[in-house]
Design a protein around this ligand. Sequence first.
Ligand SMILES: [Zn+2]
Length: 395
Amino acid sequence: MGSVNVPAMGIEVVRYNYRLRPGAVAERALTQEWHRCRFLWNEAVHQAKTGVRPTFAKLSKLLTEARARSSWLRDGSQVAQQQMLRTYAQALDASFTVKGRGWPRFKARKKTLPSLEYTRRGFRIREGRLVLPKGVSIPVVWSRELPSEPTSVRIIQDSLGHWYASFVVTRVAESIQVADQTSAVGIDWEVSRTATATEERFDLPHAGHRKRCAAELAKSQRRMARRRHGRGHPPSRGYRQARRTAAKVQKKAARQNRHDGRIWAKTVVDAHHLIAVEDFKPRFLSKTNMARKAADAAVGAIKRELVEQGRRAGRKVVVVRPAYTTMTCSGCFARAKQPLGLGERIFRCWVCGHTACRDRNAARVILAVAERGHTGVDDVSQVDHLPSGGGAVAV
Ligand SMILES: [Zn+2]
């Protein structure tokens, strides 16, 4: 970077994730803990269905009574059980206050992945192991050092059966000041190319390994399709194996994508003061194949990473609605009558004759919108020197 690096001091709260390697005993304990917590959650959901809206204080009291009655519940950690109910109460509150958020739902035994939370008084780290209540002790793969004493930990199991611990810690934020306060970048998302920036050197190219993963995934999915039994038959061993391979490939792809995204986001954030990002909405949510959904999720994850890193570093991050970005000329801001077909890679302005790569043009429009302080591209048409008539409309 050509900027002067002056670290700015500040404290930030972040999560540090580690792989856990529980033995058979610890794994059974974690699974049983999860089932107890899941039972409590489902009981709370059931209560809410009868018309009561329980607060956390109420649920907590009920938990104390239930633990006094049931030795099965007493065998588990009170901290984890309380945290589960706290999460439930928060989810229930959100369903009333956050628009579009539904009621908390039942956690089905076979469909929900284990997730347990322990606050400070519910866990310890001793001799490199994570120690939980009731004598559960789990070796941790310390892939990096914790920056501070963790305040809480979430333990999860993924679809492959691997366990992870996610510690909440505070650390000193080290942001690099950008020398040029006017430096700005616009980012346009494209499923095929991931990210196009206003300047080519800040593009995130579509990495070859992602393509390779897509091919591998398609192969394992074809194998799954071949081995699938009809309805009402239990899945064969071969099918389950193929399903596991597919899940592994997907996970590997997601991990590589996250790694690439992090490095790219840092490069972009380090060099710019203003970061204008197209608001990416998943395009293939339904009726499409898994590879496309995975590509969608990958772009979404990279966008979140960029926005998060930008905010942490104290940059001005503007999220721009994608309406009309591909239809607007970045030279004169006239808007074309017709949207560009997906196959057309070149943008040609009907008014000023400006020609640019479609994505590059969109990135410039996104930046222009952010620089003018608007967050809707609709506003672009209000630019003064906009010519009237011709091939573009300005309404
Ligand atoms: Zn133009």
